[in-house]
Write a protein of this length. Structure first.
Length: 338
């Protein structure tokens, strides 16, 4: 029986056959082997370090090395992508689409570094489907976690491994072909934030209408998002201070697509449409991402003053948003369009 037929049969009710058909993808080549569009080069390393604010001297000059976290960057195809690299991943994705698991979200990635990448290295890579999970129920909806592993080589030598995991799921409440509908939140509710031991205090503060920033117990530096240790001095001691709520728009994008009911006009009553996502610089000096409200998205400007506002978006979730303090029509630096 072909994989396509097995998935259709499994979707119709043969759960064992369905799971076996998906499991058969494990170990198959996700896509054809590839070659990096550019050798490792000093210019891209410089751009990366500038974007990340990383001034480590090891990454400078023709004798420097690439930051390890650039591992995947050398394999990317850019706007035009890599041609002729289709493989089993597209086939697996199409089969899950046919079974009703049409939505996708990235969940996490892992990298292992085997040797530094240096200017002039030619990067080659290939990837396999490492695992396809049994059907899982999540707050987004029911679906399958797919893990791909990319093995990266430099001049033919192993340089690192990149694992990337996504969830292919049916949005909660939507019927899927095997007759099981997802459980959890409906398609009209905001996605839940990931709350863990490192940021639970932040979300507890938001629920109490307090925007809490971490303050390092070693050097006193404020930081956001919450982290287990200080990037400046490495101290793991910290306490919190409450932000006053004043800020300015440091950067922003206006999201047009895809329309999503949970992101309907935040002032109430409107259908899903464009909305502004701002990088807000708080008066305390840290930055955070949130929606800019109280002004039409196309009137948001860099430097616009905003004020913190807490909004209960459903019976479970409170979010910190930022309201424009006054509409502005003045010309200013433009953000991007999403």
């Amino acid at each position: 029986m072909s994989g396509d037929a097995a998935v259709r049969e499994g979707a119709a009710g043969d759960t064992a056959g369905y799971e076996a058909a998906l499991g058969a993808f494990e170990g198959r080549r996700a896509s054809a082997p590839g070659v990096g569009k550019d050798p490792v080069n000093e210019a891209m390393i410089r751009h990366w370090c500038e974007a990340m604010g990383d001034e480590h001297p090891a990454y400078r000059g023709p004798d420097g090395v690439a930051p390890p976290t650039m591992l995947q960057a050398w394999t990317m195809g850019g706007l035009l992508g890599h041609s002729g690299r289709s493989g089993a991943y597209e086939e697996l994705s199409a089969l899950l689409d046919a079974a009703g698991y049409t939505a996708i979200v990235a969940t996490d990635c892992e990298q292992e570094y085997l040797r530094p990448l240096r200017p002039g290295d030619v990067v080659t890579f290939d990837s396999v489907i490492e695992s396809v999970s049994p059907r899982k129920t999540t707050k987004l909806g029911a679906g399958h976690f797919i893990t791909t592993r990319m093995d990266v080589r430099a001049n033919g030598e192993p340089a690192g491994t990149h694992r990337f995991r996504v969830l292919k799921y049916a949005p909660a409440g939507r019927h899927v072909a095997n007759g099981k509908s997802g459980k959890g939140t409906s398609g009209g509710r905001r996605p839940r934030p990931v709350v863990n031991r490192d940021n639970a205090g932040f979300w507890a503060g938001v629920a109490a209408h307090k925007l809490l920033l971490q303050r390092c117990g070693g050097c006193g530096t404020l930081r956001f998002p919450w982290l287990p240790g200080c990037n400046g001095c490495g101290s793991t001691r910290w306490d919190t201070v409450e932000a006053g709520g004043a800020g300015t728009v440091y950067s922003y994008v206006v999201m047009h697509h895809p329309p999503f009911p949970a992101f309907a006009a935040p002032e109430g009553g409107g259908a899903a449409g464009p909305y502004a996502v701002g990088l807000i610089e708080l008066a305390e000096g840290v930055r955070m991402v949130s929606n800019v409200i109280g002004v039409e998205p196309d009137r948001v400007r860099i430097g616009m003053p905003v004020r913190l506002e807490f909004r209960r978006v459903d019976e479970e979730l409170v979010l910190p948003l930022f309201r424009a303090e006054a509409p502005t029509g003045a010309a200013g630096a433009e953000g991007g369009e999403g």
